[in-house]
Write a protein that binds this ligand. Sequence first.
Ligand code: HEM
Length: 259
Amino acid sequence: MDKNSASITCFYSLLLISSILFASHFHASEAQAPLVKGLAYNFFAPTCPNLENIVRNHLTKVFKSDNGQAPGLLRIFFHDCFVQGCDGSLLLDGNPGEREQPPNAGMRTEALKTIDDIRALSGGPNFQVPLGRKDGKTFSIKGTNNLPQPFNTTNVTLKTFSAQNFDVTDVVALSGAHTFGRAHCGNTANLDIRTPTVFDNKYYVDLLNKQGLFTSDQDLNIDSRTKGEIRAKCNLVNGAKKSVLTTLVEEGMELIDQF
Ligand code: HEM
C-alpha cells in the first residue's frame, strides 16, 4: 500500500490490525479495558454492521487451511502497535519501510496477504477490541529500533517495555504470545516446543524446563523480578490466555492514548 492510497484503504487496515484476533465473541466474564475516547467496540455498527461476521468467517477459513496464520497475524499486530501506536504503519510501503527493518524479519507474507484479502486461532480465545483507530499515513523506521530483541536479557527487555509503559507483569503476560508460531534460527524452530500450534500456557512450562527458544524468553525464568510470575502462570489453566489477551487490548488502548 503506498502512502497516497492510505486514506482510501483506511477501512481495511484498520479492520485488519484491529481484527486479527479481535472480531470477537466477548465473554462477559473477561476483563474489559477502559475505552479511550473516539473508540468503541461497535464502532462500525452504523456504517458496516456485518463487518465482524465478514472478518470472522474469512479468518475461520484461513486458519483451517493454515494454522501458522494466527501467530503470523498476532506478531504483526504487536509489531504495528509497538511502533507509533496501532495505526497500520507496518502496512505502508516504503523504500525501505518498517517491514524491511531487521526486527521485522520473518514476518509471514501469507499473513500480510490475509490482511490484504480482507482487509481476522487455532481453537484459541477471542477477545473484543475497541475499533475506530485512524490509520497512520506515515511510518517510523527509527521506531522499529525500539522493538524487543531475542538475544536480550530480561533486564534489557524490561527496559524496552517500560519505555512504552509496560510493567513486569505485562512483559511476562505478553511474552506468553510465544506459545505458538515459529522463528528462523538458521532452520525454522517452534517457539513452544510442547504445543507449537495451540494458544495455551505451555510456553511457561517450557521456560521452567529450560526449553525457551530465545534468551529473552528463557531469562524470564532466571531474573528474580519475573521468575515467580512464570511459576504462577504454569499453574494456571486458562489464566495465561486471559492475561495475554487483556494486556494486548490494554496495549492498544495505552498506545492510542499517546498519539
Ligand atoms: C521479549 C519480547 C519479544 C521478543 C524479543 C520477540 C522476538 C521474536 C522473534 C525474534 C520471533 C521470530 C521471528 C522469526 O524469526 O520469524 C518472534 C516470533 C513471534 N512473536 Fe515475538 N518477541 C517478543 C514479544 C512478543 C509479543 C509481545 C508478541 C505478541 C503479543 C509476540 C508474538 C510473536 C509471535 C506470535 C511470533 C511467531 C510468528 C510466526 O509464527 O510467524 N512476540 N518474536
